[in-house]
Design a binder for this molecule. Structure first.
Ligand SMILES: Cc1ncc(COP(=O)(O)O)c(C=O)c1O
Length: 304
């Protein structure tokens, strides 16, 4: 809303992400134009974006999926001047490690960064909540006003808005939890490191996640690619071992009932194949060493 996206505008968004990334486009009456993702990092593929750019492109939503940064610099280069919204729901605390944005955090370099404090996220609150960030003062003021029913000051409604305020009780908890985020992220990276060393020599087609050269990884998810015909069996095996796995996401967005009317304009073959082969294993910072050992052992047993 703050970017004044209007009906008929086109917004490019990956087909392989959570539905919320595209939901906002449809709610504004704009057209979701799907692009594909990189099969190893799972984030938006700038070449695919280039193939669907048009004179109606009003924004690009780059999702920092699973906890690492999407290539914002490459997107800027292929679509100069087009606002980029960084969907940072899964990557609070991730940072760019090379390139133009080295040292900057995910969600702080685009026109807007959007964050989720859903309890499962890197920085989880007491319930639903989120935030938006922008370094553009006028965009930020506009967004803040929209989030409070379009008020510029109390009972002065200058634009159409919504109630999208973060409850103070959540904010109070998040301020405390924020202090613990650095050590939580270190713990997650440590667990991921153990998985990398334990799974490095696995065969039978299991593939490990790749961290892009320009980003660190916060491992909101640790997501394996496994042969699609084995995924259900692997999930059952893990479940029988007392280990929960999750599939983020089993259906790409262009195949979801709510979004199928946005017809693909480019190949989404990577999104389609990932939806059949991804599976995430636990990587929560509070896992006990014996639990991490059990997860390593179960995956290794299955794929050895
Ligand atoms: C990539 C992505 N974007 C957006 C959201 C939406 O976040 P919320 O449910 O807090 O609105 C999520 C939540 O899971 C997400 O994973």
């Amino acid at each position: 809303m703050a970017l004044a996206i209007k009906p008929g505008d086109e917004v490019i968004v990956p087909a392989f992400t959570y539905a919320a990334s595209a939901e906002v486009i449809a709610i504004l009456g704009a057209v979701a134009v799907w692009c594909d993702v990189n099969q190893s990092t799972f984030t938006i593929d700038p070449d695919s974006v280039k193939s669907v750019l048009s004179d109606k492109t009003a924004a690009i939503i780059a999702v920092h999926l699973y906890g690492q940064c999407a290539d914002i610099e490459a997107l800027e280069n292929c679509a100069p001047g087009i606002p980029i919204v960084e969907d940072t729901a899964q990557a609070f605390g991730a940072a760019f490690t090379a390139g133009k944005y080295v040292g900057r955090h995910a969600g702080t370099v685009g026109a807007f960064g959007t964050f989720s404090f859903f309890p499962t996220k890197n920085l989880g609150g007491l319930g639903d909540g989120g935030a938006i960030a922008s370094t553009n003062a006028s965009l930020l003021a506009k967004a803040k006003s929209i989030a409070s029913h379009g008020q510029s000051k109390k009972y002065h409604h200058d634009q159409l808005g919504v109630n999208s305020r973060l409850d103070p009780i959540h904010a109070a908890a998040l301020i405390v939890k924020l202090n613990y985020l650095p050590q939580a992220l270190i713990a997650k990276v440590g667990i991921a490191g153990q998985y990398f060393s334990a799974f490095a020599s696995l065969n039978k087609g299991v593939k490990l996640p790749l961290t892009a050269s320009f980003s660190n990884h916060t491992y909101h998810q640790f997501t394996l690619r496994v042969p699609s015909e084995k995924r259900d069996d692997f999930a059952s095996f893990m479940n029988e071992s007392g280990i929960t796995t999750m599939i983020y996401y089993p259906i790409p967005l262009h195949k979801q009932n709510a979004y199928a009317h946005f017809e693909p304009r480019t190949s989404l073959s990577v999104s389609e194949s990932l939806s059949n082969c991804v599976i995430s294993i636990p990587v929560h910072e509070a896992l006990e060493p014996h639990e991490v050992r059990a997860i390593r052992a179960a995956v290794t047993t299955y794929f050895s």
